[in-house]
Design a protein around this ligand. Structure first.
Ligand code: ATP
Ligand code: MG
Ligand code: MG
Length: 549
């Protein structure tokens, strides 16, 4: 396979390992359990786990659960399932909430060293005194209280003596720092809320900036990789570690994944779910890992996508069509070819004996080395074919069915169109053909050359299935940056439901996570709504890029 050049994080790691700065590489993936993981998270997962796969060491899964209000066990479970499905295994399952004691002790240490103070200023007051990026802030009137008093109030905050918002604990850094985040950032806030793991043990919770770096340090994370929004947080990350004199983890930032026609924040995806605009987190139109999986994406295709987009230091926007390209490539190699008719019209083979049927053999996958094995396909006098494969008045270079034209029925015989029937409204309802018995696929002695091959299913043997076709969820390339609400740009035609498609009987035994190519129609997989009595298939992607410019 092609060798790609090192990305900038790999370069840093190779240097750090070479110089002996670190002996073992330890990374972490730190999701907040406040929603389902999406394709952007997949990029961070592939990066963090991919690095320790490549260089040795290990990756922790750390749930960044410092916000008791939005976090749920359902999300913890789904996030674990999604990471495993992507093909990665963490070394340790950890929770920031497990460090609440240690983090509290770190905060006490800051107070004892005169590096943190309690402040009863209101949120508005704190914001007002913060200054602006061009003007320095102003010290809080409570900044200079004694260490003993700070310790006393902080202990009482922890003990639950005060209401939400009555006090915060702030790091005492520099109210005139050019970096706004260094202007005495809040370290702890009071929040009387039950936490999904620690229950009512705590009523003060650490802020992200205090929890994250210290958790990295506790786990001796060597390279703490996050997205570019955190560049300005790095100074604070380093400050806490230096003041506490704990293991020196380092933060590195890369560009987050942005995809066209997609929103990618859990908060916005949650809105779509809560407002019933999609059927759930795993709606096949969602950019979530569980949605992509249900849609029929493979872990291989998502990993390949993440590899192809690479790791950059500057924000960019990736084409959704690249993700589709990756899954198409993978499915082309691996999927079982079958026949399904989505918009059926009846074909009668007038010279085929009434009541007779035969079994034809179809290769499952010409792209696979063993051809994917083969399957039996029943054939009989009456078939379903695709309406669009017939033209009453053929266009130029039309190689499919038309009056007098010949085509091959895939895996079966050559047929000639002799006649057709229309109803009163002029709609063609039936096509009459004759077949050439000596033209059977694989043993054709007819000498007839045809240019077109069409798919079909035997009417007497076909199974009915519901088929769901998807399009992009948004009509705007960048719904986040449009005027107004991103939901105004939802694509009203993002799902087309075909209630009665006809499929080969072989597909009655389809299983979840098996991928099929409905030949000439795209790649499909069974949907989780499917039952043996009511089969439902999702189209993962069409065969060709349908809407690239
Ligand atoms: P969201 O806004 O979608 O909730 P988040 O960053 O708040 O994203 P976290 O659960 O905190 O979500 O993310 C876990 C990890 O995944 C973080 O390290 C974060 O940097 C990374 N991540 C999140 N979104 C993306 C993205 N679009 N591209 C790359 N990495 C991402
Ligand atoms: Mg986050
Ligand atoms: Mg978020």
């Amino acid at each position: 396979s092609e060798e790609r050049s090192l990305n900038f994080i790999e370069e840093i790691i190779e240097n750090d390992l070479k110089s002996g700065k670190y002996k073992t590489l330890i990374t972490r993936f730190p999701p907040e359990p406040n929603g389902y993981l999406h394709i952007g998270h997949a990029k961070a997962i592939c990066l963090n786990f991919g690095l320790t796969k490549k260089y040795g060491g290990y990756t922790n899964l750390r749930f960044d659960d410092t916000n008791p209000v939005t976090e749920k066990t359902e999300y913890v479970d789904s996030q674990q399932a999604d990471i495993k499905w992507l093909g990665f295994q963490w070394e340790n399952e950890l929770y920031t909430s497990d460090y609440f004691d240690t983090l509290y002790n770190y905060a006490v240490k800051l107070v004892e060293n005169g590096l943190a103070y309690v402040d009863e200023s209101s949120a508005d007051e704190i914001a007002r005194l913060k200054g602006t990026p061009t003007e320095p802030g102003t010290d809080s009137p409570h900044r200079s209280r004694s260490i003993a008093e700070n310790l006393d109030i902080f202990t009482r905050m922890k003990n639950g003596e005060f209401a939400d918002g009555a006090y915060t604990l702030r790091a005492k850094i520099d109210m005139s720092s050019p970096n706004m985040l260094m202007r005495d950032p809040i370290v702890y806030r009071i929040k009387h809320a039950d936490h999904h793991r620690t229950g009512s043990t705590w009523c003060i919770y650490p802020m992200y900036d205090f929890a994250h770096g210290q958790s990295d340090s506790i786990e001796e994370i060597t390279h703490s990789i996050c997205t570019l929004e955190y560049v300005s947080h790095r100074e604070l990350y380093d400050w806490f570690i230096a003041q506490l004199n704990i293991f020196p983890s380092h933060q590195y930032e890369f560009a987050r994944l942005n995809l066209t026609y997609t929103v990618m924040s859990k908060r916005k995806l949650l809105q779509l779910v809560n407002e019933g605009l999609v059927s759930g987190w795993n709606d096949p139109r969602m950019p979530t890992i569980s949605g992509l999986r249900r849609r029929g994406y493979t872990p291989e295709s998502i990993r390949e996508f993440c590899e192809r987009i690479g790791i950059a230091k500057r924000e960019n926007l990736i084409e959704l069509s690249l993700l589709e390209f990756c899954v198409r490539e993978d499915l082309n190699k691996t999927s079982t070819r079958v026949m399904a008719v989505l918009d059926p019209i009846k074909m009668v083979i007038t010279n085929y004996p009434e009541g007779r049927s035969e079994v034809l053999i179809g290769e499952n996958n010409p792209e696979a080395e063993d051809k994917g094995g083969s399957r039996e396909i029943p054939f009989s006098k009456e078939l379903w074919i695709e309406r669009e494969d017939f033209m009453e008045v053929p266009a130029k270079k039309w190689f499919r069915l038309a009056p007098g034209a010949t085509v091959r029925l895939k895996h079966a015989y050559i047929v000639k169109c002799e006649d057709f029937i229309k109803d009163e409204s002029g709609i063609v309802t039936e096509i009459h053909c004759t077949y050439y018995p000596e033209s059977k696929s694989g043993e054709d002695t007819s000498g007839i050359n045809v240019k077109g091959t069409i798919h079909w299913v035997s009417k007497a043997h076909a199974k009915v299935a519901e088929v769901r076709l998807y399009d992009r969820l948004f009509t705007s390339e960048s719904p986040d940056s449009e005027e107004g609400d991103f939901k105004d740009y939802l694509n009203p035609n993002s799902m087309e439901v075909i209630k009665e498609a006809y499929i080969e009987p072989y597909l009655a035994d389809a299983t979840l996570d098996t991928r099929y190519q409905f030949i000439r129609k795209g790649y499909f997989t069974l949907d989780t709504d499917s039952t043996p009595e009511h089969l439902v298939f999702n189209r993962t992607v069409s065969l060709k890029d349908a809407w690239s410019k």
